[in-house]
Design a protein around this ligand. Structure first.
Ligand SMILES: NC(=O)C1=CN([C@@H]2O[C@H](COP(=O)(O)OP(=O)(O)OC[C@H]3O[C@@H](n4cnc5c(N)ncnc54)[C@H](OP(=O)(O)O)[C@@H]3O)[C@@H](O)[C@H]2O)C=CC1
Ligand SMILES: Cc1cn([C@H]2C[C@H](O)[C@@H](COP(=O)(O)OP(=O)(O)O[C@H]3O[C@@H](C)C(=O)[C@@H](O)[C@H]3O)O2)c(=O)[nH]c1=O
Length: 262
């Protein structure tokens, strides 16, 4: 049996992996831990936990993902996304566990017209992106047997908080739904990312290092809102308004398409 620890298991990605694979028949033995079970910012707790239980892989789904709030309380974002990642890297190295860590398109500034390759230099423009980049750097500096998977615009119809669910809620509760067409990226279904991660494990991949994963379609948030409403038969009933500027605390990359060819 391959033993896999999933941290941050009550979030969008953690819940998606649990739904898809907790009852698997492909020889994967999962331990799902929430923030309450195991806080990745407390190194000593990680040490105690890893001494008691051994794992072949750790999928780190724990993160601070509130892009707006991160501008106001960056210290909390850095504590979880940078320090937390550093702690996991230290522990996984000591206990010979492969770390699978998830990062984001928001490590890029969005000024490149072409898709970003894994060789492009990150230059985050908001606190969330900066904290995620610092997490990546800790992992890369501390260990070898890791996968960092950058993804973008993650959504699940069922789990967590995301743009998909925000738009559906607004369509049902607000007279007009204003959505920006000034940022372009790739919405990615959390189920597809989950499958990509599990395939790395099942295939015993040794392609350690940085990877990009996203779904195929490139679009603006406005296009995505239109697609969400259309698929839910709400487009005709909703007053969807295209705007250039939607007021936010955090600046976001203009074009953050991840290259699929690394
Ligand atoms: N959502 C997106 O659009 C994208 C996400 N990503 C990355 O994908 C990964 C998964 O994201 P997603 O599932 O959407 O995020 P969520 O915010 O849905 O889940 C993160 C989980 O981590 C938990 N958590 C927070 N702090 C700690 C801690 N100190 N110790 C342990 N657990 C903690 C949260 O608990 P609680 O809620 O109780 O704080 C939450 O359950 C993250 O690394 C994120 O940066 C990348 C690109 C896009
Ligand atoms: C909800 C909403 C957002 N927007 C705008 C605000 C923003 O510019 C853009 C996206 O809004 P959100 O705040 O929902 O999404 P945001 O939190 O920026 O999403 C990001 O989350 C982090 C965790 C990532 O890693 C990124 O890949 C990305 O998915 O759309 C509208 O124009 N209208 C709306 O009704």
């Amino acid at each position: 049996m391959t033993k896999i620890l999933v941290t941050g298991a009550s979030g969008q990605l953690g819940k998606t992996i649990k739904e898809l694979y907790s009852n698997n028949k492909i020889g994967l033995n999962f331990t799902f831990v929430t923030k309450e079970d195991l806080d990745i910012t407390v190194l000593n707790d990680l040490q105690v936990f890893f001494k008691k239980n051994s794992f072949d892989y750790c999928i780190n789904c724990a993160a601070y993902t509130n892009v707006e709030q991160a501008e106001k309380t960056p210290n909390i974002a850095f504590k979880i996304n940078a320090e937390g990642a550093k702690n996991l890297a230290k522990i996984c190295k000591v206990f010979s566990t492969v770390l699978i860590h998830i990062s984001t398109d928001y490590v890029f500034d969005g000024e490149k017209e072409e898709p970003y390759s894994t060789y492009d230099k990150p230059n985050p423009i908001n606190e969330y992106g900066k904290s995620k980049l610092e997490g990546e750097e800790h992992i890369r500096g501390l260990m070898k047997n890791y996968f960092i998977i950058r993804t973008s615009w993650l959504y699940s119809k069922k789990h967590g908080n995301n743009f998909y669910k925000s738009i559906l809620k607004k369509a049902k509760t607000e007279k007009k739904v204003f959505v920006t067409d000034s940022q372009t990226g790739c919405p990615t279904d959390a189920a597809n990312l989950s499958k990509f991660i599990i395939l790395l494990i099942v295939h015993k991949s040794h392609s350690f290092g940085m990877h990009h994963f996203r779904d195929q379609k490139i679009m603006t948030w406005f296009d995505f809102a239109k697609e969400i409403l259309s698929k839910n038969n709400l487009l005709a009933k909703t007053n969807l308004v295209r705007v250039a500027k939607y007021s936010t605390f955090a600046v976001r990359p203009k074009t953050s398409v991840l290259s699929l060819n690394n």
